[in-house]
Write a protein that binds this ligand. Structure first.
Ligand code: UTP
Length: 290
């Protein structure tokens, strides 16, 4: 079994309804946290973890993402004319190297499972990673790197997991696993957005996955699940028992940037971490009674 993960899928084909009207003309993944779009954090996390091929599953109205990772000749020329060296370096560092990014189109937003399936020909027969840009993670070691370390040792499918309040389990994919206080758990079952009282645990899957290529056969069955969408969790669930599945409670803090409160909190947390902004933001926050 190949234990090297080279490719990551970034599904960015969703509508971002919960963030309207901001997402009417702007892809949700382009919303900035401090001064970088969410998708930039996701790509940087993958790069810092050793990923070499970046596959975006895009949809209608998402061209801003392609433009963001493009070489912007006019902008660079203007920065050069103005002798803005720091800004030029920052612009050049944004993108993976030429040929490392590929885009595939999800013609209809039929769900996360469908988005992943759309990338099947670009992945081929090897294990791969999936990163959801709206799950932003502040961590010393990138979350995906932590997962790759586990994969390189154990193999199998690795899902990033975290404990959530019991009253929130209906918002997540939830795992059935033993509840010992270990950070790595063998998964026995998975359920997408369980109804109240049906959750097997309060351990939720968040937007980082390492998957084996057999998932594409399951996704190809296009079974419609919760919310009328083709769910990744459902396809994973049908493979349990045939392949190993592990949940890794990663070290770090996750922010749900697909909802307003999580997005606002991420902006504060990431700004407080920055040397150029942290001290002055702290002062500003005291004006609001914090
Ligand atoms: P979400 O469940 O957050 O859906 O998708 P969404 O459409 O982006 O947002 P809401 O629910 O309408 O507010 C999680 C990730 O999966 C991608 C999204 O772009 C997001 O990065 N996705 C979702 C797709 O690529 N295609 C889909 O059909 C659905």
């Amino acid at each position: 079994m190949n234990k090297r993960i080279r490719k990551a899928i970034f599904p960015v084909g969703g509508l971002g309804v919960r963030f309207l009207p901001a997402t009417k003309a702007l892809p949700k993944e382009m919303l900035p946290v401090v001064d970088r779009p969410l998708i930039q954090y996701a790509v940087d996390e993958a790069r810092d973890s050793g990923i070499e091929e970046f596959i975006f599953v895009t949809g209608r109205g998402k061209t801003a993402i392609e433009n963001h990772f493009d070489y912007s000749f006019e902008l660079l020329q203007t920065l050069k004319d103005r002798n803005m060296k720091e800004e030029i370096d920052a612009m050049l560092a944004l993108s993976p190297n030429p040929g490392q990014i590929a885009y595939v189109r999800q013609q209809e937003p039929l769900g996360l499972g469908h988005a992943v399936w759309c990338a099947r020909h670009l992945i081929g027969d090897e294990p791969f990673a999936v990163i959801l840009a709206d799950d932003l993670i502040l961590a010393e070691t990138p979350c995906l790197r932590q997962m790759l370390d586990v994969f390189e040792e154990m193999g199998g499918n690795i899902l990033a997991t975290m404990e959530v309040p019991h009253e929130h389990t209906s918002r997540y994919g939830i795992v059935d696993a033993d509840l010992s206080p270990k950070s790595l758990r063998k998964i026995k079952g998975l359920i997408e957005k369980p109804k109240k009282g049906n959750a097997p645990s309060n351990i939720a899957i968040i937007g980082r996955y390492i998957l084996l290529p057999e998932i594409f056969n399951e996704l190809g069955k296009k079974k419609v699940g919760e919310g009328g969408e083709i769910q990744l969790t459902d396809a994973l669930s049908s493979l349990i028992g045939t392949q190993p599945f592990y949940g890794l409670d990663f070290s770090g803090k996750r922010f749900d940037c697909g909802v307003k409160l999580g997005y606002l909190e991420a902006n504060i947390a990431f700004a407080l971490e920055r040397q150029d902004l942290g001290p002055s933001l702290r002062k500003v926050l005291t004006n609001y009674g914090f």
